[in-house]
Design a protein around this ligand. Sequence first.
Ligand SMILES: [Zn+2]
Ligand SMILES: [Zn+2]
Length: 357
Amino acid sequence: MRSFVERTLFIKGKRSSEDVFRTFPNSPSRADILTLAELLGWSGCYGLNKILHTHTNYPFTAVFKNTQDVSYSRNEYISYSRCYESIRKPSGFCPVCVAEDIERLGFSFWRRAHCCELKVCAEHNVELVKRCPACDKQFSHGGHSLGVMWKTCEGRHLKDSPVTLNTDPFELKKAQIFQEILSFTHHLSEEAVLAVLNEKIHQDGVFEQKIWNFLSDRNIGDNIERRLGVVKKSRSKNRLPLDEPTDFIIKAIVETYESFADFVSDVKAYGDEIRPIESLWSTYIAGQQESTHFVEENYEFGVGYWSCPFPAKEVWGMWDWRPVYYPCCNFERPKKKGPQPQPQRVKNAPPGIYRRQ
Ligand SMILES: [Zn+2]
Ligand SMILES: [Zn+2]
């Protein structure tokens, strides 16, 4: 996201750019992202999710989605605000990509896939450069700002960095799988993903051997089995389980499959619905007690549709379910003894819905 903002400033020139770009913070909150999305013409919940999906590493979490979750990012749109990107994480680049971009577009940019733990460019099989070739600084807080991509360091441009071919096929495969997850157009059912991986781990002799040798890999196997149990049980009760980091899922795919396409075809064979990513961008989780409640924003009419597609099959019995009548200006109030209900302003009002002009 930082790269997107700095690149825009570079293209537009500092003076002609809108304030939003110029003052965009290093650790953006939800409000900053919403302002940016609005400027690009993407409203409300849809705008937040579109930016999260196309400019951050959020897809690593969101691609693996519970079948009973019809929102892209759960309640991110209304929950307490948090940071979506940190400048402390060192970025990296592929010198071949940078040179090609400059040839094609006249400028280059930082790619999401090159700014995580990967060591190799999936496209060029070239080692990623994680330190400045001129001064050896990292591309993170305390080192270079990302602006160095559009400038030079000690007279050298990043595109002129030396190119080192990668010789480790595992690192290349890993980079390709990460890249494919980021650009995947659909959500995969979390249960299907876990079930397929669980089966694969037990079938795969090489991986089973590895599991015995490395404690960390044994944890992956255990984690998959445990989470599969949680997800299946929750589905039978219509109760959405808590979100969990997906690193162990991605690690298991990389360890047991030759390509993401092979994995996807096994997941599809499980039979759960494969939903297009964009179809969930306008929806957020509005409340979660026993059942999960959703609101889908409609920007044509400026209204939100509430829904509870999977009502919980068990009730906790913590609430008083007797009906409460609230006074209304148009009808006679129902007779009731004791304290009379009064209209009250709600503490956390749901966000207003934008109407596209
Ligand atoms: Zn490259
Ligand atoms: Zn430098």
